[in-house]
Design a protein around this ligand. Structure first.
Ligand code: G6P
Length: 609
């Protein structure tokens, strides 16, 4: 999604802005631009496509200057093109924007009626005009920004400069993240800590409706009433080398292989020899979880799939009902909230607009409390949830989520065990499950050794148009996640079904052109799954079966492609079976030559509705 970097410094800021934009590339975007003020003269460079295309234009005609703003745009209003790329200029004002201005259409009409000429199709440009009008009426830049954002409906993070005030940048946020980087003799703004970490680890997180004015020597936050307020400066734990790709060809491959360590770190200090350690979900968790009688899990994308696995786990171990829903549906539905319900929001980024809106909705819906399971410590979700569990996966750069998913599963397994313990799960089962969870990193490590076989298998998929994934029980969400990975990065149409539903529709699609990928752990549902797979074979479908070593498959199945792995036990098996599906999607995409880390049209962090 869109990214913002801005800076005011004693040195030339363009290199800082370009480095910041490169650090934000992982978020997904389709054009880039920057603008620099040099002693009151504004220079702007924009290009459709990658930051390096914009950088090449900049290098051909560099613009020195100590104050500037920059942006990567993920198109919402208006096609990806140079004229729609940010920054937008109106008179003396130059602006970058993340988010969506919902009332832009009437504002645009009013501005046109007042003689304003628009040069883009974006919703963002109205803000530049409104601010410029106010500066023309005698307001200074900050006053003009405050007066303008008060008129807006929707979500925004903005950074604004003006040739009338060449030594400062004004930023504002509502619904989209924005933070200040505090350097030595310089200040920056960024939509994400990764944009700033190469310059400073001292960060100030802005709150809803904050407006900030930065100069080289100061960063002052204001409310929408224009009153100064203080915001704390934190030392971010992010390091710039945590986002290096190292020896791997893509971030996604690196992140797949980081999973044993990421899961180990997520469990560290939380799971001991005698079970889940106390207070791992934060202050007051013991009391809240002991009162919990229902759980509502809300998330988007891959995080939603993690929630679906957790439903099986929590219902089995804690015997309390769990519902799981995508956030964009939940937030607009009149959900019935039974007494003593716990709301769980799962999000890698902690900034997904729908998930945050759902979390905010809980305030009026009468929940017992909220728990955020998240990977980004400074995110809005972590700041707003009552209880939290950080997944400690480290920065995830590949748009297709991998290590965030398995670490979410590790966190949710801890939650299921803790709820189970409080609701009378027998000691022997509890300890067995805890021990299984403890071994998860080792089984993930083993599953990764399948890579050479999966590379061979991937060749069979390169020219396919469709694929069907099947699973049962808690492996149905694993099939969903496998199909999502394949479609996201290889652009092959993929669907997942609970295998028992095969006869109710998808079987009509099965012929020799339809590969069917089945997740077949050895468990109570294996025999039923085998019958479903017979139905596929009988129709000439190509079967690829991921089975564990213990699963006894019929002779017939050995004619299909069967890859064996050790699931490590019923409980952790969904996390382990995820690994070969991630590898399959990755290698198919590599063979198809797609942009694996930044697949077309997708964004890492979806900060608009
Ligand atoms: C986007 C990303 C997905 C991610 C989803 C939810 O669609 O491309 O990888 O699963 O958002 O993001 P979140 O940060 O809330 O987990």
């Amino acid at each position: 999604m869109c990214g913002i970097v801005a800076a005011t410094a004693q040195r030339d800021v363009a290199p800082l802005l370009i480095a910041g934009l490169k650090a934000l590339e992982y978020r997904g975007y389709d054009s880039a631009g920057l603008a620099v003020l040099d002693e009151g003269t504004l220079r702007r460079v924009r290009a459709k496509g990658k930051v390096r295309e914009m950088e090449a234009r900049y290098d051909a005609d560099p613009a020195p200057g100590g104050t500037g703003i920059a942006h990567t745009r993920w198109a919402t209003h208006g096609a990806p093109s140079e004229h729609n790329a940010h920054p937008h200029v109106a008179g003396s004002v130059c602006l970058v924007h993340n988010g969506i201005i919902e009332n832009y259409a009437p504002l645009r009409e009013q501005l046109k009626a007042r003689g304003r000429v628009f040069t883009s199709d974006t919703d963002s440009e109205v803000m530049a005009h409104l601010i410029d009008e106010r500066i023309g009426q005698g307001m200074d830049l900050r006053e003009a920004v405050i007066a303008t954002v008060r008129e807006l409906e929707g979500a925004y993070a903005i950074a604004v400069i003006s040739d009338k005030h060449p030594d400062r940048v004004v930023g504002a946020r509502r619904g989209c993240p924005l933070l200040v980087g505090v350097g030595i003799g310089e200040h920056l703004l960024g939509s994400d800590a990764q944009a700033l970490i190469q310059v400073t680890n001292r960060m100030m997180y802005l709150e809803e409706d904050d407006v900030v004015e930065i100069t080289r020597s100061s960063a002052q936050v204001y409310t929408l009433d224009g009153k100064p307020v203080e915001r704390e400066v934190h030392d971010s734990e992010l390091t710039s080398d945590a986002v290096e790709r190292g020896e791997y060809r893509h971030y996604m491959q690196k992140e797949i292989f980081e999973q044993p360590r990421a899961v180990t770190e997520t469990l560290e200090g939380r799971l001991g020899v005698h079970g889940v350690l106390p207070n791992i979900f934060g202050l007051g968790a013991e009391e809240m979880l002991s009162k919990t009688r229902q759980v509502h899990i809300v998330a988007c994308g891959t995080s939603y799939h993690a929630g679906l696995v957790a439903k099986y786990w929590i219902e089995q171990l804690a015997r309390i009902p769990v519902s799981v829903e995508v956030a964009s549906e939940y937030r607009y539905r009149e959900a019935v909230v039974p007494p003593d319900s716990l709301f769980v929001a799962i999000s890698q980024s902690g900034e997904t607009a729908d998930t945050l809106a759902a979390l905010r909705e809980t305030k009026r819906r009468g929940y017992l409390g909220t728990l955020g399971i998240c990977n980004v410590p400074e995110s809005s979700l972590v700041r707003e949830a009552d209880l939290k569990l950080m997944t400690r996966a480290g920065p995830e750069i590949g748009v297709a989520s991998t290590k965030a998913f398995t670490t979410q599963l590790a966190g949710l397994a801890l939650l299921a065990l803790e709820l189970g313990r409080q609701r009378g799960l027998d000691e022997a089962t509890y300890l067995k499950r805890c021990q299984e969870l403890y071994t998860l990193p080792r089984f993930i490590e083993q599953a990764l050794t399948l890579e050479p076989q999966i590379i061979e298998l991937a060749a069979q998929f390169v020219s396919r148009q469709h694929a069907l994934f099947l699973g049962r029980g808690e492996h149905y969400p694993v099939a969903l996640e496998g199909s999502l990975k394949l479609k996201e990065i290889s652009y092959i149409h993929a669907e997942a079904y609970p295998a028992g539903e095969l006869k109710h529709g998808p079987l009509a699609l099965v012929d020799e052109n339809m590969p069917v990928i089945a997740v077949a752990p050895n468990g109570p549902l294996l025999e039923k799954l085998k019958s479903n797979l017979q139905e596929v074979r009988a129709r000439g479908g190509t079967l690829v079966v991921f089975a564990d070593h213990a699963a006894v498959m019929d002779e017939n199945f050995e004619q299909d492609t069967t890859l064996r792995l050790d699931s490590g036990g019923d409980f952790i098996s969904p996390a382990v079976f995820t690994i070969p599906l991630q590898l399959l999607a990755y290698h198919v995409a590599v063979l198809r030559g797609t942009d694996v880390d930044q697949p077309r049209n997708l964004a890492k962090s979806v900060t608009v509705e």
